[in-house]
Design a protein. Sequence first.
Length: 288
Amino acid sequence: QVWQIRLDLHVLNHDGNIMDAASIAGIVALCHFRRPDVSVQGEEVTVYTPEERDPVPLSIHHMPICVSFAFFQQGTYLLVDPSEREECVMDGLLVIAMNKHHEICTIQSSGGIMLVQDQVLRCSKITAVKVAEITELIQKALENDQKVRKEGGKFGFAESIPNQKITAFKMESTAVDTNNVEEQAEEIIAKADPPSEVFAKPVLHTAGTAQIGEGIENTWGEFEESEREEEAEEEGESEATALECEKMETGDTSTLEETKKDEPIVLSDSEEEDVVILEPQELPRKTR
């Protein structure tokens, strides 16, 4: 019989280099975990509760830590621990997992970039230094946690509840000084540029109609293509109407009548139409 241990990582938010952060969180969780103590007598296995015996830590011989390297301009520039924005523009990524004994556990390369041997060796040397630093920080954090637990102090989530902790999401309310607010506002207004001319009163064209903001310069820029086509069509219609009026004034009506015969009549929705109501005819009475 063996213990079955499952490790789940839930990413709430990150700013890049999620692989390194996840590896550190996973190895620290496994080092911090304690399983119930057991005793085996023949085929009988006894699992003790935490009240009966202290839980036992897992047997972890080494801590593999991942270190990520981002490459730019086909490997010309190398960057350790890239952020989210840097990952969006990088050419390739190299992840090396190593323990403090300089033993490489895994190497993963992604992206459209080819690395030479010297670049990989350089990254492995940097990884050895970073892994030694991170492993020392992990061991110190675990020792401090164990020391605080023995002394009966606050640890874990209870220790992170006080203010100024990154995992607490809580801050004291900040006092706002409202003294001399009017004087400061007057100074800001005096230093600011004068406001542009504003037409506050509506312009009355006819009775019952009004338009606000008339006279203000248009800031929309150039017309869209559809608006240009509509404007060209309106100009064409106005030119055609002027030409027809000129022909009528000169007396040349034959050409106008021919064009009217050939062109179909277009009814506009805006024109008023005569409405004719058709009454049903009275049917003749049947006689025998």
